[in-house]
Design a protein around this ligand. Structure first.
Ligand code: AMP
Ligand code: MG
Length: 425
């Protein structure tokens, strides 16, 4: 079959995974659109502003222990006798409880009873924990184990000082961040609006769940993996089903999808040289590159714009869909959401077994990352590595990334691993 090269495809050569990632990421800007939401609704959203502390937190010096607060000068004047530390004895003149600070003065030779989180008055600077004291009589405390000067006091502004930017634009807001905002009394923040993504499957062999399978038919599964992968990215989804193999239907579906979405994703029908209406329609309607990437699984990938939307044409094989989504679509969508960190996390671990590979393409092998009793992480293959085989993909908790030029890797060697984000619980 003669191959028709797209003019925008620089050469009909294989591109590396990194090269394609860079091309995609460089092309994408954060979407316009900001929403102001309550901090509970902001969980998992991408911050679209810097957040600055307007006051110090903690707002005052406070105790880290239940015990007694006193001046560190007592340690000098009372405790050190001939170089030896002894117990010191102080008069208890009041108490400071959380939410109920002590109002009076504290003179030399005096202490107050204090509770965790209670304000430490300015006359004192040291707290001894209750377990290191004795109370021989009402109104008197003996400190039996001496704390260091300034011990057990949490200083004003320890955590945040006024004017400090404590959350930056582009951060995905975690449960801790909600707490952080609450400590500053902030009820609402600006987040980037959710992106809208439509997805289709293509292929005459594909049936939907509930339909009867004819000879050679399969149930389309990519709409379901894409649903899950996109849900994990907290985007608004439009599942446009399976596209019938009809020129007009394809064109109409693409146009309507691109009008209402920020990105359109299809699976199947993008192989270079494939006689396919999907590809033809894309060439007519959009600015699309049809790339061949030196990766396994997932060689073909189409990327470009369709109207106002980004377009990703993923390969059809079920594992290739997940692998290409993880390497290219997820970073791109994160970038659109305004997220600052977009590429998959990579770590180095030992492989506990031989990993078979031929040099040529970067492998994204399905792996199981596990921890031995001594705490060491190792990785092993999750089973049969074929792009139509969901079994190993389902067992896996990571991709083992083996460089294009690499051959098989012996047991005991270090390999690069991408632990899954959202693919496993
Ligand atoms: P294609 O990229 O269209 O040549 O498809 C490659 C392989 O993936 C073929 O075996 C297809 O049957 C299969 N495939 C395509 N789309 C899907 C889908 N949505 N679910 C499951 N398998 C698919
Ligand atoms: Mg097909």
């Amino acid at each position: 079959m003669s191959q028709k090269n797209n003019p925008t495809d620089t050469a009909n050569l294989f591109l590396s995974v990194k090269e394609v990632q860079q091309r995609i990421i460089n092309d994408i800007k954060a979407i316009n659109g900001i929403e102001q939401v309550g901090i509970r609704q902001a969980l998992g959203r991408i911050l679209a502003q810097n957040v600055v502390a307007t006051f110090d937190t903690p707002p005052c010096d406070n105790s880290a222990m239940d015990g007694y607060a006193f001046s560190s000068k007592e340690l000098d004047s009372q405790a050190i006798k001939d170089g030896e530390q002894t117990a010191i004895s102080l008069k208890v003149v009041g108490q400071s409880f959380a939410g109920h600070p002590y109002q009076g003065a504290i003179a030399k030779g005096e202490a107050i009873r204090i509770m965790t989180g209670a304000a430490v008055p300015s006359d004192v600077d040291t707290v001894v924990m209750q377990e290191h004291t004795e109370t021989p009589e009402e109104g008197l405390v003996n400190i039996t184990t001496l704390p260091k000067a300034l011990a057990n006091v949490r200083k004003k502004g320890d955590d945040l000082s006024t004017g400090h930017t404590f959350l930056s634009c582009g951060k995905k807001l975690s449960p801790t961040d909600l707490a952080f905002l609450a400590t500053q009394g902030i009820p609402e923040v600006k987040v980037s609006r959710k992106i809208r993504v439509a997805f289709f499957s293509t292929g005459d062999e594909l049936r939907s769940i509930g339909e009867t399978l004819g000879e050679g038919d399969i149930y389309g599964s990519n709409r379901y993996s894409l649903y899950g992968l996109l849900k994990n990215l907290d985007v608004e989804l439009i599942d446009m089903g399976v596209i019938p193999d009809d020129r007009q239907a394809i064109e109409a579906a693409f146009l309507s999808a691109s009008e209402v979405t920020d990105a359109v994703i299809t699976s199947g029908g993008v192989s270079v040289g494939e006689a396919d209406y999907v590809k033809e329609t894309l060439e007519k309607l959009g600015q699309i590159n049809f790339w061949k990437i030196a990766m396994k699984p997932g060689k073909p990938l189409a990327f470009g714009t369709l109207g106002k939307s980004l377009f990703f044409g993923l390969p059809g094989n079920p594992v290739a869909v997940i692998a290409t989504f993880y390497q290219f679509v997820q970073p791109a969508l994160k970038r659109m959401k305004g997220q600052s960190i977009v590429l998959p996390l990579e770590i180095q671990v030992k492989t506990s077994e031989l990993l078979k590979k031929r040099p040529g393409r970067t492998d994204f092998q399905r792996g199981i990352l596990e921890q031995s009793e001594s705490g060491e992480f190792t990785v092993r293959s999750a089973g049969m590595q074929a792009s139509h085989v969901l079994t190993a993909m389902s067992q896996a908790n990571c991709f083992i990334v083996l460089a294009a030029e690499s051959g098989s890797v012996e047991a005991g060697k270090m390999v690069t691993v991408q632990p899954f984000e959202g693919l496993i619980a």
